[in-house]
Design a protein around this ligand. Structure first.
Ligand code: HEC
Length: 253
């Protein structure tokens, strides 16, 4: 409980209004419940990130050893299983894709994701990872409802399966009788089954989002751990000051 309160207060300052990034008109529009104290989820998220995202995206502001320490990963096991670039444990989480190559291959370079969760919010990433659909008009065959025209192909399509959008048409007529048809994506239909079911894939999206939220503000974990002690200290201080006040006012009538 106390963790939740501190987390809410902390993120109110840091994330602020950007949390409301996804609009009600876009599908999917799930709310993401941040659980950065859920260490197994963060560990799964880190593993997924290194396997499915790090080929294109770096985390320039984060070092491997900091990640291992915060997430309770044994440094030796981490170095062996999560560092694919030959980097040392103390190094930042670069990747070997240059901006020029990224732009040439994908149309726009994959951005560094160190602070994306702060800039756009957990909801955005969570929905983005679930918003890919097959679109043959796009260069790499994928489009995304949350970020229309994104140059990123769905890196997780084997887990999720391929999907196509379910489109609803609405006709709007103005007062002069002119009508136009608006289309809106209201859901997805599976074209091929992935290796995970819907719930399993949601967990993948959730673990990855959780990990990126942690990366965007790694000291939040320390703040959370310190919070209860600060509150306890203030409570003790209140008692102490109360007796002090009684002592000072004793002779004043
Ligand atoms: C094949 C390369 C590639 C892989 C693998 C990849 N991405 Fe991307 N990603 C891109 C590119 C390119 C963009 C830039 C899209 C654009 O600006 O059109 C991008 C953009 C993003 C964005 C920013 C979207 C925005 O609104 O700015 C997020 C978040 C993201 N990727 C998350 C991930 C995650 C999480 C993974 C792993 C599951 C991943 N990416 C794997 C290429 C990749």
């Amino acid at each position: 409980m106390i963790h939740k309160i501190i987390l809410i207060l902390g993120s109110a300052f840091t994330m602020g209004s950007v949390m409301a990034a996804s609009s009600g008109d876009i599908f999917p529009n799930y709310h993401f419940e941040v659980e950065i104290t859920d260490q197994p989820s963060l560990q799964r998220g880190a593993k997924l990130f290194m396997n499915y995202c790090a080929g294109c995206h770096s985390l320039e502001l984060q070092r491997y050893n900091r990640t291992f320490k915060d997430l309770g990963i044994d440094p030796e096991i981490g170095s062996e299983n999560l560092i694919f670039t030959g980097a040392k444990e103390v190094e930042r989480m670069h990747n070997s894709l240059s901006v020029a190559d990224g732009t040439k291959w994908f149309g726009s370079a994959p951005p560094d994701l160190s602070v994306t969760a702060r800039a756009k919010g957990g909801d955005y990433i969570y929905n983005y990872l679930q918003g890919f659909y097959v679109d043959d008009s796009r260069p790499l065959g994928f489009n995304n409802t949350v970020f229309p025209g994104a140059s990123m192909p769905n890196p997780l399509w084997q887990l999720q399966g391929l999907q196509k959008p379910v489109i609803e048409e609405h006709e709007h007529c103005n007062s002069t009788g002119e009508c136009e048809t608006n289309t809106k994506i209201v859901g997805f239909e599976k074209l091929t089954e992935g290796t995970l079911n819907d719930l399993g894939y949601q967990r993948v999206a959730s673990d990855l989002t959780n990990f990126l939220v942690y990366v965007s503000d790694p000291s939040a974990l320390q703040r959370l751990a310190m919070g209860p002690w600060v509150l306890l200290f203030l409570a003790l201080l209140t008692v102490l000051f109360y007796f002090l006040k009684r002592e000072f006012w004793r002779d004043i009538h």
